[in-house]
Design a protein around this ligand. Structure first.
Ligand SMILES: Cc1cc2nc3c(=O)[nH]c(=O)nc-3n(C[C@H](O)[C@H](O)[C@H](O)COP(=O)(O)OP(=O)(O)OC[C@H]3O[C@@H](n4cnc5c(N)ncnc54)[C@H](O)[C@@H]3O)c2cc1C
Length: 315
């Protein structure tokens, strides 16, 4: 379904203040599927949620936008999928946006495998594993985001990556086994909405790893950011290169490369999209001029002026 058609189907501006999301189907008291909360005759159920990205995104930049909430395995074919926006920089000229609804926030054990809905936050997964003595997800405790976002970029801490214990992923057209997905360091060829990750189930939650991962985080700034801004080039570190070209701590407007970790672009308060882009371009230019290395973004820039096919701009 094209996004424009979905938009036309509802006049979401008629909705209660703040564009609060009204789920298409929620269980009513008698256990039947019915719209909730009950509303006046003729009211329209909106599949859109209004999100203020200056608050919602981890870097605290972005417009207020109406985001299409995916409630089933059908979704618009020309909208950009977001998770919980921990690795995104959303600009004023963003494409239509969509997001998995709460229907995809669950964890189940089925046939000795862990089924995790792609909208499930990492923190919830760690709590579940702790409670049920399940191994291998301890690193997620210090990784902000949803399982879907983590799958898409093979997120991880050093060699602890989300693909390490993955069995298969559920997409619109069926399941893809681990061996059928290309993946590497902070990258995969996932170009569709992942609805669920199915993981190997192993016993033994390791409390000592939680402390180890916390230590690994010790050099990270606490200011709003989207995590590492650039991928580490082969055999080097983006942070080292940014520092070497004199940009550690460098500021444009209210955005800066952190004094604590140069590869973290931080928002010092009301930093703008344009400030962030100017800083990004400065580092790319200087590193290329000095070392001949092209820095590749780890953060996805969601603005039509900066997107291309490699940015997963269409699902
Ligand atoms: C302070 C900080 C520290 C961080 N440290 C690390 C780190 O150490 N290691 C690391 O790997 N990352 C790190 N990150 C980045 C972030 O944790 C990961 O990228 C995470 O996977 C983002 O998840 P998200 O749900 O927020 O996805 P988003 O940021 O919303 O989206 C990221 C990408 O995933 C895609 N996506 C989202 N959901 C789905 C889905 N269901 N199906 C298919 N594609 C989907 C989006 O289209 C987008 O391309 C850090 C971020 C912050 C803010």
């Amino acid at each position: 379904m094209p996004f424009s058609k979905a938009l036309k189907k509802v006049n979401h501006r008629n909705f209660p203040a703040g564009g609060q999301q009204l789920s298409l189907f929620e269980h009513c008291e008698k256990g039947k599927l019915c719209p909730s909360p009950p509303r006046e005759k003729g009211a329209i159920i909106s599949p859109f949620k209004t999100i203020n990205f200056a608050k919602f995104s981890s870097i605290h930049i972005g417009p207020i936008a109406d985001v299409y909430m995916i409630d089933s395995h059908e979704y618009p074919d020309n909208a950009y999928l977001i998770g919980s926006a921990n690795n995104l920089l959303i600009g004023p000229e963003h494409p239509p946006l969509m997001k998995l609804s709460k229907a995809f926030d669950y964890i189940k054990i089925i046939d000795n495998k862990l089924h995790i809905g792609a909208a499930t936050p990492g923190g919830k997964v760690v709590s579940f594993c702790k409670k049920n003595n399940i191994a291998n997800f301890e690193f997620v405790a210090h990784l902000p985001g949803t399982i879907g976002g983590m799958l898409q970029m093979n997120a991880g801490l050093k060699e602890y990556e989300i693909f390490n214990h993955l069995h298969k992923v559920h997409f619109k057209d069926g399941y893809r086994l681990l061996g059928e997905i290309e993946y590497g360091y902070r990258s995969t060829n996932i170009d569709k909405v992942a609805f669920e990750g199915i993981f190997e189930l192993e016993q033994g939650f390791d409390h000592s790893k939680i402390e180890m991962f916390k230590q690994m985080r010790a050099n990270q700034p606490h200011d709003p950011s989207a995590g590492s801004f650039f991928k580490n080039p082969e055999g080097d570190h983006a942070g080292r290169l940014i520092e070497a070209v004199g940009l550690k701590g460098h500021r444009v407007g209210n955005m800066a490369y952190s004094q604590k970790h140069a590869n973290f672009m931080v928002n010092l308060g009301k930093g703008s999209f344009d400030d962030a882009i100017a800083l990004m371009q400065l580092a790319k230019e200087r590193v290329h001029e000095t070392y001949g290395i092209t820095l590749e973004n780890e953060v996805a820039i969601i603005d039509k002026r900066f997107m291309n096919k490699t940015d997963n701009s269409g699902f």
